[in-house]
Design a binder for this molecule. Structure first.
Ligand SMILES: [Zn+2]
Length: 324
């Protein structure tokens, strides 16, 4: 079977059967089909069920599916079981295109673009985008960072009509409808972890730091904002740069890595997604975290990573739209 790349992509997009086989190969590398019911991994235990292939629905539409049967428990399953794709009515070839668009380019893909490229409703496209964001969510992360970690925050979003007011109060907290996002950057690996917070105060920053960083073995780099001073005392060391006097690097201390991440994130929010509500901002932050952390991979490798990460994740429409 041909590997997934820009040259072979059209073939998979135009052949639903090939798209299913590709998804299987990416989810179960080396032909290691795994029954989700009993977990047997011996390939001899499986065969393609007779009910696979093209079929007509009651409404006259043609759908395709590939079902496996397990000799051990006699149950049927498909590659979609237990993933974000499960119970989706969207053809696998369209999921594949969506994942490709999600990964190609630095800025991601808007719901409107997905709607146009996939030929689905806006609502379907919007939900699909969020299911991909759910797939790349890594929380809860159990590994604590150590070494050198930059902590920084920025304010994003807000109504365009309030932009002028935002400017007046500055980028720091004040009369703003923007939402703060905290980023931690591990200097040695370049890994970014983000967290949307209600506001930037000592308690919120302490929570973000303690759930991601081992203070005893970490050198913390921040700007000279007062809020970081008591927190910094818990770390192996705490270096600061004073942005208010135009200082960006001092004695090897800088927060440049976080600034680069935020610049890209804001460009993408402004250029691609436009109005992102506070309720969903953490999902977009997660998406850009994923793209940043996989920036050395090829597009195809990122698609494979999403498929691998989609196992064990579910996102239903209702909690996504409930705002209570
Ligand atoms: Zn089984």
């Amino acid at each position: 079977m041909e590997p997934l790349n820009l040259a072979t992509l059209p073939k998979y997009l135009s052949d639903e059967g090939a798209a299913w086989e590709l998804l299987e190969r990416l989810r179960w590398p080396e032909g290691q089909v795994v029954c989700p019911h009993c977990g047997v991994i011996d390939p001899a235990h499986y065969f393609i069920a007779a009910r696979s292939g093209e079929r007509k629905t009651r409404t006259g539409q043609t759908t395709y599916r590939r079902l496996w049967r397990c000799r051990h428990c006699r149950k049927q399953f498909s590659v979609l079981v237990g993933t974000i794709f499960e119970s989706s009515k969207i053809p696998v070839s369209k999921w594949l295109l969506a994942m490709w668009l999600f990964n190609a380019g630095k800025n991601g893909v808007s719901a409107l673009e997905l709607q146009r490229h996939l030929g689905v409703s806006y609502q379907t496209a919007w939900f699909l985008g969020h299911r991909l964001r759910e797939a790349v969510t890594r929380e809860p992360l159990s590994s604590l960072l150590s070494g050198t970690v930059v902590a920084d925050e920025t304010w994003v979003g807000g109504e365009p009509k309030n932009r002028h007011a935002n400017k007046r109060v500055g980028s720091k907290q004040g009369l703003t409808d923007k939402t703060p996002v905290v980023a931690l950057v591990h200097k040695e690996s370049g890994e970014v972890r983000t967290r949307v917070v209600a506001n930037v105060n000592g308690e919120n920053l302490r929570q973000v730091l303690t759930s991601h960083v081992d203070p005893a073995t970490t050198h913390l780099h921040t700007d000279s904002a007062q809020v970081y001073m008591p927190l910094g005392k818990k770390f192996a060391s705490h270096g600061t740069v004073n942005h208010s006097i135009g200082e960006y690097v001092r004695d090897g201390v800088s927060t440049n890595e976080a600034e680069s991440f935020f610049a890209q994130f804001k460009r993408s929010l402004d250029g691609t997604h436009h109005n992102v509500s506070k309720d969903h901002l953490h999902r977009y932050a997660t998406e850009f975290e994923f793209r940043w952390n996989t920036r050395k991979m090829t597009d195809a490798e990122r698609v494979q990573k999403i498929i691998g990460a989609s196992v064990g994740k579910r996102l239903t429409y209702r909690p996504l739209t409930d705002r209570s």
